[in-house]
Ligand binder design. Structure first.
Ligand SMILES: C[S@@+](CC[C@H](N)C(=O)[O-])C[C@H]1O[C@@H](n2cnc3c(N)ncnc32)[C@H](O)[C@@H]1O
Length: 292
């Protein structure tokens, strides 16, 4: 759909998402996708990026971790296990990951070529056995699943191009679950892509809140919550996190003319709205006691 105007993409996605076929069908046609499944190493490498951000000096040998929004495959979980994760939660809002064992077997061959400790998949005959062997808990009910994870139990939480997809009304609850789950010395690392998912501009900001947040629009395959970088940081800080690092990428010029941006965003400073991506790392903030 490259080169198609944004408004035609919206119209096409609204129409296609109403047809009675599932996500896996569209994924095969490359129309709705949640990742770079064609290159399993590229997909898995996102985990290494987050691991390096979380532990720039020394990676722990053993840890527990949680990825939000793994998308089309479980390769990040397999890699996390190969790098010492004793328990890996992969939490999504739908059963999007491929269940093809041959895909995971060839990913393990990739790992072997790169001298990683490879999980033994020889006795694995089902998608569930694969998860068990790699200590992966793949959950597909989003916030409800987060609520079932024990408090203070996860050392590393990460997400890649996911925060911007969380329904806006669910965002505060999600962040407060992350604060509950993260261990006292845990680290959270998120990368977010604030470009619209209609061609990489700011066409999503053309719409009023009531239209954009309606289920009709939000369930059509191009939803992003339109939270700005500063809103997202504020949610995390209010939930009890402190920022360790915060890197932003900006547009040199707004890709969508200011005049077309909806009035609710007109009060946002242009330097904020020009942030098109960011990577933050956070940790639980130290609780101040009364005597301090
Ligand atoms: C653009 S895809 C990114 C997939 C993968 N992380 C990647 O970088 O290739 C966004 C993912 O976030 C998931 N997602 C959206 N809202 C979520 C939520 N509330 N909890 C967990 N996952 C969510 C989507 O289902 C999807 O798998």
């Amino acid at each position: 759909m490259n080169g198609t105007p944004w408004w035609l993409k919206i119209a096409a996605k609204i129409f296609l998402s109403r047809l009675p076929v599932g996500y896996k069908f569209w994924n095969r046609l490359r129309l709705f996708r949640h990742g770079n499944m064609d290159n399993s190493w590229l997909a898995a490498n996102k985990f290494i990026l987050h691991l390096d951000r979380a532990y720039p000096d020394n990676r722990p040998d053993h840890f527990t971790c949680l990825e939000l929004g793994p998308g089309d495959s479980l390769v990040t979980g397999i890699l996390a296990n190969a790098l010492g994760a004793s328990e890996v939660y992969l939490v999504d809002v739908g059963s999007y990951a491929t269940e093809e064992l041959s895909y995971y077997r060839s990913f393990c061959q990739e790992l072997k070529k790169r001298d990683f400790k490879v999980p033994d998949l020889s006795g694995v005959n089902s998608f569930l056995e694969l998860q068990k062997q790699c200590r992966i808990k793949y959950k597909v009910n989003g916030l409800d699943d987060l609520r079932r994870i024990p408090s203070n139990s996860i050392d590393l939480i990460w997400s890649h191009s996911m925060l911007e997809h969380v329904r806006k009304r669910e965002f505060p609850a999600l962040v407060s679950e992350l604060r509950r789950i993260i261990s006292d010395k845990g680290i959270v690392t998120h990368n977010a892509d604030l470009k619209d998912h209609l061609g990489g501009a700011l066409n999503n900001l053309r719409f009023s809140e009531s239209i954009w947040e309606s289920d009709f629009m939000a369930k059509s395959g191009f939803y992003t919550n339109r939270l700005q970088h500063r809103d997202i940081l504020e949610y995390f800080i209010n939930a009890g996190f402190e920022v360790i690092t915060d890197e932003v990428g900006r547009w040199p010029m707004l890709p969508t003319p200011w005049v077309h941006i909806d009035k609710q965003f007109k009060a946002v400073p242009e330097e904020e709205i020009s942030i098109r991506s960011f990577h933050i790392t956070l940790r639980p903030s130290v609780q101040q006691t009364d005597s301090q």
